[in-house]
Design a binder for this molecule. Structure first.
Ligand SMILES: C[S@@+](CC[C@H](N)C(=O)[O-])C[C@H]1O[C@@H](n2cnc3c(N)ncnc32)[C@H](O)[C@@H]1O
Length: 261
């Protein structure tokens, strides 16, 4: 069987471990065991995953609603989890077009759930690897108009991708002026020991995982204009209520949205 479509149940996968953190049902024993090891290192990882979903919803609502973006390219989509990005975007703008991309066979197996959108809009799914950004861009052109603004979502993805700066630069270069990038990224800034132990769990299972500090994450936005409030802990990005300071150590990631001038 093709390695890229083999579900490979005996080895943990990033998407299925994340599904476990979110309380989903689309994972195997190997994923649950690895995820439990992460839970020992980072007892609040479930909260962090939920806050990450909250950021997707707030950023997408802002981009589709207040800003008026009509096209979304979401790379590292994950196993469908309601509400999915297209549901949030199309609630604001029924004619929004969304292209989802992931390299995980379980996400591919569930991709149909990502394609049930509004009749006015369109959703598509591309099974591809982020380390091949040109392939993604070529396929996305079938659905998205690259002369109109596009919101590129790289949420909870880049710490899992070798060569993440080059990948991001290739993608951003292809976007027209007035496009946006929404990103969240793992950091060891708040809980260095917990994150070191977490990285070990992934790496020992052959899964690349590379956290970055705030400055390194801000570097992804070089040449772009950061929307308020800039690069902030995930749960603080345009939070409806100011979260307590104690939450920062529990949600070990930063989020930001930038505009390509
Ligand atoms: C932590 S999940 C995040 C899912 C979703 N974006 C969210 O934030 O809720 C990371 C996702 O990125 C995908 N992923 C990891 N490395 C990838 C790669 N090289 N190419 C494409 N997708 C990748 C995984 O399969 C997984 O679905």
């Amino acid at each position: 069987m093709d390695r890229t479509t083999d579900l490979n149940p005996h080895e943990p996968h990033i998407a299925r471990m994340y599904d476990y953190y979110l309380g989903g049902k689309d994972h195997y024993q190997a994923d649950a065991e690895a995820a439990e090891k992460v839970l020992q290192a980072l007892p609040e990882v479930r909260l962090a995953a939920q806050e990450n979903r909250g950021f997707i919803h707030r950023a997408t609502r802002h981009l589709a609603g207040e800003i008026g973006v009509r096209q979304f390219l979401d790379i590292g989509t994950g196993i469908p989890t309601e509400p999915n990005l297209h549901q949030v975007a199309q609630e604001q703008a029924p004619d929004a077009r969304i292209v989802y991309v992931d390299n995980d066979p379980m996400v591919l197996a569930h991709a149909r759930a990502l394609m049930v959108g509004t009749p006015e809009g369109r959703t598509d799914y591309i099974h591809a690897d982020a380390t091949e950004p040109q392939e993604i861009l070529d396929a996305a052109r079938e659905t998205l108009d690259f002369t109109e603004p596009i919101a590129l979502s790289l949420i909870g993805l880049l710490h899992f991708v070798p060569g993440a700066y080059e990948v991001t630069a290739t993608l951003v270069n292809a976007l027209p002026s007035g496009s946006y990038v929404a990103m969240s990224h793992l950091t060891a800034d708040f809980d260095p020991e917990g994150i070191a132990a977490t990285v070990k769990v992934y790496e020992e299972r052959g899964l690349y995982c590379h956290p970055r500090n705030r400055d390194e994450i801000a570097r992804f936005f070089d040449g772009m204009e950061l929307l308020e409030p800039g690069v902030v802990p995930i749960h603080r990005w345009r939070a409806p209520i100011d979260p307590p300071k104690s939450m920062d150590a529990k949600v070990p990631g930063y989020a930001a949205v930038g505009r390509k001038p």
